[in-house]
Structures are given as C-alpha cells and as structure tokens.
Unconditional design. Structure first.
Length: 81
C-alpha cells in the first residue's frame, strides 16, 4: 500500500517528496522498525550517503547491547588482552 502525501501536506511540512522519504526511512530505522539495509533501500542511497543522512540526524548506526559488551569482553579475555 503506497503512502501518499499531497502537495499541500508536503508544503505544510516544508518538505519535498524526497525529504519526506529520507526522514521516514531514517526515523523508522531509529525506532527499530526497519533494518539498516531496508531503510537504505527505501532511500535509494548508497551506504556512505545513508550513513551521512543518519549522522545529520544524530541517529547512531550501531547500538551495542549489554550482551554485545559481555561477548566482546569474553573475546578479549580469550585473546589474553
């Protein structure tokens, strides 16, 4: 189902269709509703360009969890570091 914004709605938001597309993809990625690659595909951007759009919005690309930290510490311990 396509999501449609009228020209009037875009004008009220002070956004172009492309700006709205980028904003929606970035915000859905930030909310965890889209994976990085799915959001990137929606924007039709390459990886560096999409990363720049996320950075512009101060949206982190990677969010390590406590589990990730424990796994990293275990790996460092195994390596003797």
């Amino acid at each position: 189902m396509p999501l449609v914004f009228t020209d009037d709605q875009l004008r009220i938001m002070q956004m172009s269709e492309r700006d709205a597309q980028l904003e929606i993809a970035c915000r859905l990625f930030d909310a965890g509703k889209l994976s990085f690659h799915a959001a990137m595909r929606i924007t039709n951007l390459d990886r560096p360009s999409f990363e720049n759009e996320l950075a512009r919005r101060q949206i982190p690309i990677y969010r390590p969890t406590v589990k990730d930290l424990h796994e990293d510490l275990a790996t460092l311990d195994k390596l003797g570091l």
